[in-house]
Design a binder for this molecule. Structure first.
Ligand code: DGY
Length: 329
């Protein structure tokens, strides 16, 4: 008998086809997401779940899963899953790294450029018929080239952003609990500095940390005050890394010059203060949203799920301690 898999939300069709060749698939072909009680009911009898970042696998939810062998998240971030609790229940958890690194870094840079050079304001200006004459200081913004780019979190995506910054001949500072490989520092010219130095010396601050208890509200009123009044904050990591209310106040009071924000504390809700401002570019959590990358993420997740169901080690296993050499422990 084929194993049973729940796919909690719409993914790319080729991933569903692949799954169907290996499993009985219960496909929630919708973008709505299941409320917690329905999620639990639909998981009942399944051995695998292909989940998305809106599905919350809290310890309470995980306590109630019976017979699930793997949760394959279609995202590199996995703060929606309590991996420690999953590990206690011997449930494998996988994510989709690498395939989205460059796409996400491209978008971080797109937000940085758009906020610095006021692209969205320019679009609205033209679109609304306000453009009547050329003016010496019309929509003047901040230069990007040769400025200082500060990166919090020098993992895969942070490094890819550093490479892009290098292309713009920027000076790169970074802050991370772990030093980046020497080769990366050499290639990008990135210098490891304290959080305080990064905030006070950078013209652009880009966030690439995972959401953890210690990174929640890592950027709040105090950190924003340390930044230059001309500085721009970019967030493509997770919303709660930034205190959104503090950011709205800082932007309204011109404590910093601007921001480019793709992720929010209570998605899809956005702090009303941010919606009123011109000096912030807002996007609906689309940093990894290129056609190719979203297809690859879908495929990677289902391949992880099938590998686990077939007793093979999934390529992107997060709780590696559940795998001892030749098989599951
Ligand atoms: C991720 O992968 O974690 C993104 O936030 C969604 O693509």
């Amino acid at each position: 008998m084929k194993p049973a898999v729940l796919v909690t939300k719409r993914i790319y069709p080729e991933a569903i086809e692949y799954l169907k060749a290996h499993a009985e698939v219960d496909y929630v072909n919708s973008d709505d997401g299941l409320p917690a009680d329905e999620l639990l009911a639909r998981i009942s009898g399944k051995q695998a779940v292909v989940s998305q970042l809106t599905d919350k696998f809290t310890p309470t939810v995980l306590d109630q899963l019976d017979g699930v062998r793997v949760i394959a998240n279609v995202a590199v971030g996995f703060d929606n899953i309590d991996v420690a609790a999953a590990t206690r229940h011997k449930i494998l958890v996988t994510n989709t790294p690498d395939v989205l690194t460059d796409t996400t870094a491209d978008f971080a840079f797109a937000l940085l450029m758009a906020a610095a050079r006021r692209v969205v304001e320019g679009h609205h200006f033209v679109h609304s018929g306000q453009w009547t004459k050329w003016r010496i200081d019309l929509l003047v913004g901040q230069d990007v080239h040769h400025r200082t780019l500060g990166i919090f979190g020098m993992g895969r995506i942070g490094q890819a952003v550093a490479r892009r910054g290098r292309g713009f001949e920027m000076r790169i500072l970074y802050h991370d609990a772990m030093r980046a490989p020497e080769a990366v520092e050499r290639e990008t010219g990135a210098e490891l500095v304290s959080a305080e130095r990064l905030l006070s010396e950078s013209d652009f601050v880009s966030l690439h940390v995972p959401l953890l208890p210690e990174t929640r509200h890592m950027i709040g009123a105090e950190q924003l005050r340390r930044m230059k009044p001309t500085a721009i904050l970019v967030n493509t990591s997770r919303g709660p890394v930034v205190d959104e209310a503090a950011l709205a106040t800082a932007l309204a009071e011109h404590v910093i010059a601007g921001a480019g924000i793709d992720v929010f504390e209570n998605e899809p809700r956005v702090h009303p203060g941010l919606l009123k401002l011109d000096n912030v570019v807002l996007a609906p959590h689309i940093a990894s949203a290129s056609v190719d990358t979203r297809r690859k993420m879908s495929m990677m997740a289902v391949e992880n799920a099938v590998a686990a169901l077939e007793g093979r080690r999934p390529a992107n296993l997060l709780n590696a301690e559940l795998w001892a050499g030749d098989g599951r422990v």
